[in-house]
Design a protein around this ligand. Structure first.
Ligand code: PMP
Length: 393
């Protein structure tokens, strides 16, 4: 039986992590995998998470199974963080999932159960795992233009042009903030125009929100999602807690589904069914940590301050890199680095230029020239800027 298996192409980003580790050069710089790193290159446990974990350790008395769809307190806290106070609880169904990836997968599964003919519209480019999951599921999808490689900003006209092809019942997948891999995001006006188009087509928006708090702020990063949620009758939201709570390995995410109050019980039941058929109960630990941090005022204040510091640090690095590139290129053509938001920017280098930077300067970025800004520090910013210019980007 096992002879029938074919080798799977390794995930490019994970393969890059391995190559980086194997590189003996001391001055190497890892701008690959999407994990936040501080100035020392560490991915720390956030202080509030650490305290919540200690409290949990002291007070938890059982490890028996918990909720199949997840913990209601976690769902309420996440709904409030994503949708804001006063979210329409009667129309909302929630599922705790294995990270944001699990939320995306379950969202696609739910859409397919409800409408086997659906097509998922995905930005070009997008987080590669979106396409990988859709391919694995045999779920049909179409790409819509998103990024203008010349200006390194959103090609909104091309995007809207492509989305004219959306049919009733299709899913339009949008990145809630901090677009991965480009770093280029929609303005609120553009979100409004996208909402109009989706509404006119009778399609269903699905928002992947993996970086809330990493762009313009916790509230600001949810603005597009909230606009869509306030306008459309049915909305899917896949939220990840990996980055903003720094709990990557705890695998914590939440799929939120807004629909009709009358159909909410069936939707909620279907979500629980999806967990049961896939892995039964979702991971509990991360849900509990997030719930504690979001609902305990002291922990919440501490977490928000730390998240702000993380966000501010990345913005500073963006500005430094943009300034350095301005100086070296004697032009403003890299100003987009300071305008992009989140952990990533697509710098616009060719695969050959990316390879040159890796071979010559030990700078590792993804082949499409996505770089993780958080992988930089004050010392490495000038090295990267020089490498970019030397490579002829
Ligand atoms: N969506 C996007 C756009 C992402 O970048 C990521 C993380 N790389 C995820 C979803 C999922 O994250 P996780 O499963 O680790 O929570």
């Amino acid at each position: 039986m096992l002879n029938n298996l074919k080798p799977q192409a390794p995930d490019k980003i994970l393969a890059l992590m391995g190559e980086f580790r194997a590189d003996p050069r001391e001055n190497k710089v890892d701008l690959g995998v999407g994990v936040y790193k501080d100035a020392e290159g560490k991915t720390p446990i956030m202080r509030a998470i650490h305290t919540a974990e200690q409290q949990m350790c002291d007070t938890e008395v059982t490890k028996t199974y918990a909720g199949l769809a997840g913990q209601p307190e976690f769902h309420a806290a996440m709904a409030e963080m994503v949708l804001g106070k006063g979210y329409p609880a009667d129309r909302l169904s929630c599922l705790s999932t294995v990270g944001g990836t699990g939320a995306c997968r379950m969202g696609f599964e739910l859409a397919r159960m409800a409408n086997p003919d659906t097509t998922v519209w995905v930005s070009d480019p997008t987080w590669p795992n979106h396409l990988s999951i859709l391919n694995f599921m045999g779920q049909g999808y179409k790409l819509y233009h998103y990024f203008d490689n010349a200006t390194r900003s959103v090609d909104f006209d091309a995007m809207m042009g492509d989305l004219q092809g959306v049919k009733s019942g299709d899913i339009v997948l949008l990145h809630g903030c901090c677009h991965n891999p480009t770093g280029a995001n929609l303005t609120l006006d553009q979100w409004g125009a996208v909402a109009d188009l989706i509404e006119a087509k009778g399609a269903i928006p699905m928002i992947d929100l993996a970086y809330q708090g990493f762009g313009d702020g916790l509230e600001e990063d949810a603005a597009g999602t909230r606009l869509i949620a306030s306008r459309l009758p049915e909305v899917l939201i896949a939220a990840s807690c990996s980055k903003n709570f720094g709990i990557y390995r705890e695998r914590t995410g939440c799929l939120m589904v807004l629909g009709d109050a009358a159909t909410q019980p069936v939707t909620q039941g279907t979500l629980a069914f999806l967990n049961r058929q896939s892995y039964s109960f979702p991971p509990f630990h991360g849900q509990q940590l997030v719930t504690k941090v979001l609902t305990d005022p002291t922990l919440r204040a501490e977490w928000e301050a730390e998240l702000e510091a993380v966000r501010g640090g990345m913005l500073d690095l963006r500005q430094q890199l943009s300034d350095e590139l301005r100086k070296l290129s004697n032009s403003d053509r890299f100003d987009f680095v300071a305008e992009h938001r989140g952990m990533f920017s697509r710098i616009g280098a060719t695969p050959e230029q990316v390879a040159t930077m890796r071979e010559k300067d030990a700078i590792y970025m993804v082949g499409d020239s996505r770089m993780n800004i958080a992988g930089l520090n004050e010392q490495t910013v000038p090295l990267l800027a020089k490498a970019i210019i030397d490579a002829g980007v």
